[in-house]
Ligand binder design. Structure first.
Ligand code: PEP
Ligand code: MG
Length: 316
């Protein structure tokens, strides 16, 4: 039984009727990448690059970053690595990047807005990712995109850096869909990038207007709320219409109850916390895709997250 479990860990996650879903890891550094590979991850769907920037007095250099991204990529044995550019904000200031205090840091200069406001740090990171892309299968992803102007500006910045580099790799660009506006306008965004990854933590926070870290609201901010499921459905619809793929890298992807719904809504990649990899693969294998599609449609018609969860359980 143990040997069979171990063998299954490295098999792809396929529904009973043969529909394949990529299960990849959310990581914060190379140790997580190595651990993820031992648990059957098929790559990395979210490298939170913040770890390179926090707790130090100067920004990481281009060479330093190129090395780290290449090392992580090498640890994945040819599997893809999605690097999310720096995602900090007024609530998490960096010593070498003083930011004015903000009344509403969650609605302020955070995510890609920092990169556009203070482009030097983003330019350095973009160059490092493009160079590392020469050594492995690397994709670049931007956090907190809310408007088309933002993604167009950031693409312009990437193209300027690419043009200056003699050794840039073929790196696809994607965005996190974690602001409701990006979900609603998914089709327009899909024309700009190669892929989407839904950040359900922030999408839920902004969709329900509930602070994800609030002691009284955090638990109510459940991504299984049908309002959030509808935003996810809209995202997939927009991407499909332009032939692009959608993953989910928020905490929802690590919730086995959410898996059949996400798969049924057409999500192709689940990027999950390292320890959750085996359970999420098992959840994909437990059902048929056709069943997941029916369940997803029923979930969209519910009124509350609790009703959606009851529906999934009764269908088990
Ligand atoms: C998210 O918002 O769902 C996400 C994956 O990003 P983070 O949790 O790092 O904000
Ligand atoms: Mg987020």
């Amino acid at each position: 039984k143990k040997a069979a479990d171990l063998a299954a860990a490295f098999e792809p996650a396929t529904t009973r009727d043969g529909h394949n879903v990529e299960v990849v890891a959310n990581i914060g550094g190379i140790e997580d990448a190595r651990k993820g590979m031992t648990l059957g991850a098929e790559g990395v769907g979210l490298l939170r690059s913040e770890f390179l920037y926090l707790d130090r007095s100067t920004a990481p250099t281009e060479d330093e970053q190129t090395q780290i991204y290449s090392d992580i990529s090498a640890a994945l044995n040819g599997h893809p690595l999605i690097i999310r550019t720096l995602d900090v904000g007024g609530d998490k200031p960096l010593a070498y990047l003083p930011m004015p205090r903000e009344e509403n840091p969650m609605l302020g200069i955070r995510g890609v807005r920092i990169g556009l406001d203070r482009p030097e740090i983003l330019r350095t990171q973009v160059r490092a990712i493009l160079r590392a892309g020469k050594t492995g299968k690397i994709r670049m992803m931007f956090p907190m995109i809310a408007t088309l102007d933002e993604i167009r500006s950031v693409k312009g910045l990437v193209e300027e850096e690419r043009a200056k580099l003699p050794d840039a790799g073929d790196v696809e660009l994607g965005i996190m869909v974690e602001v409701p506006a990006a979900a609603v306008l998914a089709r327009q965004f899909a024309r700009e990038v190669s892929f989407f990854s839904i950040g359900t933590n922030d999408l839920t926070q902004y969709g329900l207007a509930m602070d994800r870290g609030h002691p009284k609201l955090g638990a109510k901010a459940d991504a299984m709320n049908p309002a959030i499921l509808r935003l996810i459905a809209l995202t997939v619809e927009g991407a499909d219409a332009e032939g692009k793929w959608v993953g989910v890298c928020g905490g929802m992807a690590s919730d086995p109850q959410a898996v059949p719904i996400l798969v049924g809504l057409g999500v192709k990649e689940l990027s999950v916390s390292v320890p959750a990899i085996p359970a999420i693969k098992a959840a994909v294998r437990a059902r048929a895709f056709a069943e997941c599609q029916t369940l997803a449609q029923q979930a969209l018609a519910q009124g509350t997250a609790a009703e959606v969860r009851a529906l999934v359980q009764s269908d088990d």
